[in-house]
Design a protein around this ligand. Structure first.
Ligand code: FCB
Length: 434
């Protein structure tokens, strides 16, 4: 496998999934605090109150990151730590935490890649309508400006939003994630307001003339037809429109996909003149989170239906299909031409067994190896892929699955907060040394 010398290797996490210290130092409540405490929403009633206690153990965690030999660490900032009321009053202690973390990273020679929104919306803003309200886009941009102002001189790379599809659809469409609303039509308004927030933050950022690059991260997944029948082809195209193009098109083309008529009717009322111009301002890179593919057949009404995986699956039930990553990269490069691309997340949950202080997670290691190989193939085919981040540095709070699904290359004992490098971490380290 060949990679350019300046290729960025990293590991990734997100604030609510690892920080803990949920109500310390003035942090406000987020929608995930509220949601995880609502009975029945998260497996085993788990919450992020303590998580990996990273808020207190960040020095140890940065030492682990350094020890892996990665170039960059992707983490997210908890909006309610910075602005406990969602807007207005700034909580200095929140800012200070991220300054300490970034100092520690820079001293360790690791560059900070910062996500501004990885799903922990301040609950007060949700009470005012959350992402269903257009005002939230503006508040997001205001929050982003506070962060740019405080950390703009030390951050290497900015990601405005992580996976707006998840925030919108899982949060407001099917209710599997916070804030747990279930309204398909409304979720498209949430998606639009999220994209608008991205656009407004990007516009503000450009006025500051800072050196760091800025982009957005989407969760993309190729949707393959289950057969070559015209019905299945059309259904796969629809699934692709819903999952991928609904976000890629506005960002790179300034329009929603014209073949998705039903969705267009639903989102139209939310769009105001100028919105799509803001959303499609040039960004410096596109971040892609890739886990799996979709295999799609048409039901009797022509609607897309996910089919049973053909190959092995991870503990999430997600099919392991590394070639889909190659197909995706080549396609995004061809159809949208982003200046640069990063894989901002890729990884797998498996059932880990701790034996004699070791975790022999062969499957996770092969998953990573196989996907990294597809990245090398894509680069060879001319895709401007500039970096790869493993999800995740640590086992953590996996949203609706709580602590039950382990994605870390480092094992976390949630009773003692002990960290143990899994074999996949040892492999990643020696791969990076080579
Ligand atoms: C992505 C999320 C990330 C993590 C992985 C498994 O959708 O961005 O926080 O939960 O899935």
């Amino acid at each position: 496998m060949k990679f350019p010398d300046d290729f960025v290797w990293g590991v990734a996490t997100a604030s609510y999934q690892i920080e803990g210290a949920a109500f310390e130092d003035g942090r406000g409540e987020s929608i995930w605090d509220r949601f995880s405490k609502t009975p029945g929403k998260v497996l085993n009633g788990d919450t992020g109150d303590v998580a990996c206690n990273h808020y207190h153990l960040y020095k140890e965690d940065v030492a682990l990151i350094k020890n892996l030999g990665v170039d960059s660490y992707r983490f997210s900032i908890a909006w309610p730590r910075i602005l406990p009321d969602g807007r207005g009053r700034v909580n200095q202690k929140g800012i200070d935490f991220y300054k300490r973390l970034i100092d520690e990273l820079l001293q360790s020679g690791v560059s900070p890649a910062v996500t501004l929104y990885h799903w922990d919306l301040p609950q007060v803003l949700e009470d005012m309508g959350g992402w269903l309200s257009r005002d939230t886009a503006k508040y997001f941009a205001d929050y982003a400006m506070v962060v740019f102002d405080e950390l703009g001189d030390v951050v290497t790379s900015w990601i405005t939003l992580n996976e707006p599809w998840c925030s919108a659809f899982l949060g407001y469409g099917n209710g599997e994630h916070a804030p747990g609303k279930k309204d398909f039509a409304a979720h498209l308004r949430a998606a639009h307001n999220l994209l608008l927030g991205h656009g407004l933050a990007l516009q503000g950022y450009r006025q500051l003339n800072l050196a760091a690059e800025i982009g957005i991260t989407l969760n993309l997944s190729p949707q393959y037809p289950a057969s070559s029948s015209p019905e299945d082809l059309a259904a796969a195209r629809k699934a692709d429109g819903f999952q991928n193009r609904w976000y890629l098109d506005p960002i790179f083309k300034g329009s929603y996909p014209s073949d998705m008529e039903e969705l267009l009717t639903l989102v139209d009322p939310a769009i105001r003149p100028g919105d799509l111009g803001l959303i499609s301002q040039p960004n410096d890179f596109l971040g892609i989170n890739f886990y799996s593919r979709g295999l799609i057949a048409a039901d009797k009404d022509g609607r897309p239906q996910g089919q049973k995986p053909e190959r092995s699956v991870t503990a999430m039930g997600w099919e392991v299909y590394p070639e889909a990553l190659y197909d995706l990269l080549v396609r995004v490069h061809r159809d949208y031409g982003p200046t640069r691309l990063y894989i901002t997340e890729n990884g797998a949950a498996y059932e880990d067994h701790l034996e004699n202080g070791q975790i022999k997670d062969k499957e996770r290691q092969s998953y990573l190896e196989a996907h990294i190989a597809q990245c090398a193939r894509a680069i060879e085919s001319g895709v401007p892929l500039k970096g790869y981040f493993v999800w995740s540095l640590l086992d953590n709070f996996e949203w609706a699955f709580g602590y039950d699904r382990r994605f870390g290359i480092i094992y976390v004992d949630f009773e003692t907060q002990e960290r143990i490098l899994k074999d996949s971490a040892l492999w990643y380290r020696s791969f990076l040394r080579r």
